[in-house]
Design a protein around this ligand. Structure first.
Ligand SMILES: NC(=O)c1ccc[n+]([C@@H]2O[C@H](COP(=O)([O-])OP(=O)(O)OC[C@H]3O[C@@H](n4cnc5c(N)ncnc54)[C@H](O)[C@@H]3O)[C@@H](O)[C@H]2O)c1
Length: 346
C-alpha cells in the first residue's frame, strides 16, 4: 500500500485526492501539512497525521507519494522539496506558474529518478473523450477548427483564485485543462498563439479567448467566461466531412455530415430581408446525414491507477514531461499575447 502525504489540505487536497487514491485500493493518505491550523485540525479528524511543517511531512520515511494541492504559486517550491526528499510527486494543475519553473522541477525529477506528474484529470472528462473518440475515428473527416469552451455565470470563487500573485485567473484555472485536452489530442506543433484577455469583474483574467494555429493547418479556440448566462456549446468541431456539437458535460449533441466528400452546387437560394444568398443556403436534405455522438466509457480513477503504475515502474506516466512543458510554453505565450496584444509565433 502506497502512503500519501498531502501539502495543502483544502478542497482538492482533503477531498478529491484521498478519495481517488482510496478507490484504487493501492494507496492511502496518511499525513498532511497546511499553513492553516483549521485545515490541520480537519486532517487530524480525518485520521491523518497533521504535520506542523512541510519539512516534518517530507521527513516521514514511509511516505512515498506527495500530493501538492496548494494555491498555484507554491507548486514549484513544494514539488522541488518533495522530489529532493526522494518522494514521487503528483502536483495539481497548473503544474507550475511558467515553463522556467517547470524546467527546474523536471530537471530535479530526472536527477532523483522519481515520478513527477501534473494532475490533468480532465483527460477523463466524458465530453472530451467523446470528441477525441469521434475525431480519431474519422467521424467528421480531418478536423480544421475546434472550439472548446466553458462559460459560467457565477464569477470567480472569492479566494486566492482572484489574486494574481497566487496564480489566480482563468488561464491557470480552466484554461490549462482545455489546453491540455487539445494538445493531448493534437500532436502537430503549435505555430501561433493569440490571446484576447479581459478582466471583466476581477483584477485577474476572468474572461479570455485563446486562438491557436498548428503546423498541420488545424486551428483551435479555447474560451473561458465567468459571466455568461447563456452559454454556447461545450464543443463545436469542424472537419472537412462534417461538424460535431457537444452541448455540455452530459454529452448531448450530434454530428452532421455530408454524404459525399465533394460539394455539388445545386440550385438553392435563401432570401433574407436584405437580399439572396447561395453561399449560406442549406444543403438539400438528402445530401447530409446526422449521426449520434459515440457512446464512450471513462473512469477518472484511471488517472490515479496510472500514476501508481508509473511509481511502481510498470508503465509510463500518462501526463509526460514533454506534454507538461508544451502546455506551459503555450500558457507563457498566452499571457504575453494577452498582456501585450500581440500574436506569438513559434
Ligand atoms: N484538477 C482539478 O480538477 C482541480 C480542481 C480544483 C483545484 N485544482 C487545483 O488544486 C490546487 C488547490 O486548489 P483548491 O481548490 O483545493 O484550493 P483550496 O483553497 O481549497 O485549498 C488550498 C489549500 O492550500 C493551503 N495553503 C495555502 N498556502 C499554503 C502554503 N504556502 N503551504 C501549505 N498550504 C497552503 C490553504 O490553507 C488551503 O487549505 C490549485 O492548484 C488548483 O488549481 C485542481
Amino acid at each position: 500500500m502506497h502512503k500519501v502525504g498531502i501539502i495543502g489540505y483544502g478542497g482538492m487536497g482533503s477531498g478529491w485526492h484521498p478519495q481517488r487514491f482510496e478507490e484504487t485500493g493501492r494507496a492511502k493518505a496518511v499525513a498532511a501539512y497546511d499553513i492553516n491550523p483549521v485545515k490541520l485540525e480537519k486532517a487530524e479528524k480525518d485520521g491523518l497525521v497533521a504535520c506542523r511543517s512541510a519539512e516534518e511531512l517530507l521527513a516521514m520515511p514511509d511516505i512515498d507519494i506527495i500530493v501538492v494541492a496548494t494555491p498555484n504559486n507554491f507548486h514549484c517550491k513544494y514539488s522541488l522539496a518533495a522530489l529532493e526528499a526522494g518522494k514521487n510527486v503528483l502536483c495539481e494543475k497548473p503544474v507550475m506558474m511558467n515553463a522556467a519553473e517547470l524546467e527546474k522541477v523536471l530537471a530535479m525529477a530526472n536527477k532523483t529518478g522519481k515520478i513527477f506528474s501534473a494532475h490533468q484529470n480532465r483527460r477523463f472528462d466524458r465530453d472530451f473523450v467523446t470528441v477525441k473518440t469521434a475525431v480519431e475515428g474519422g467521424m467528421i473527416g480531418k478536423p480544421f477548427y475546434i472550439e472548446s469552451r466553458v462559460q459560467g455565470c457565477r464569477g470567480i470563487p472569492g479566494d486566492w483564485r482572484c489574486v494574481t500573485a497566487a496564480g489566480g485567473g482563468m488561464i491557470y484555472d480552466w484554461g490549462i485543462h482545455l489546453l491540455d485536452q487539445i494538445l493531448w489530442m493534437e500532436k502537430s506543433p503549435v505555430t501561433e498563439v493569440y490571446c484576447h484577455l479581459l478582466k471583466v469583474k476581477y483584477d485577474v483574467d476572468d474572461n479570455f479567448k485563446l486562438l491557436l494555429k498548428f503546423k498541420n493547418g488545424l486551428s483551435a479556440l479555447i474560451e473561458i467566461d465567468t459571466y455568461c448566462f447563456l452559454p454556447l456549446p461545450r464543443w463545436h468541431v469542424h472537419g472537412d466531412h462534417g461538424t460535431m456539437v457537444v452541448d455540455d458535460w452530459n454529452c448531448g449533441g450530434k454530428i452532421k455530415k455530408s454524404k459525399t466528400l465533394e460539394m455539388v452546387w445545386e440550385e438553392g437560394v435563401v432570401w433574407t430581408e436584405g437580399g439572396p444568398t447561395k453561399t449560406m443556403a442549406p444543403r438539400p436534405r438528402e445530401s447530409v446525414e446526422e449521426l449520434a455522438l459515440p457512446d464512450v466509457k471513462t473512469d477518472v480513477v484511471d488517472f490515479s491507477r496510472n500514476f501508481l503504475d508509473a511509481v511502481e515502474g510498470r508503465c509510463p506516466q500518462l501526463v509526460r514531461h514533454d506534454e507538461m512543458l508544451r502546455v506551459m510554453k503555450v500558457i507563457d505565450a498566452a499571457f504575453r499575447s494577452g498582456n501585450e496584444g500581440i500574436c506569438i509565433k513559434f
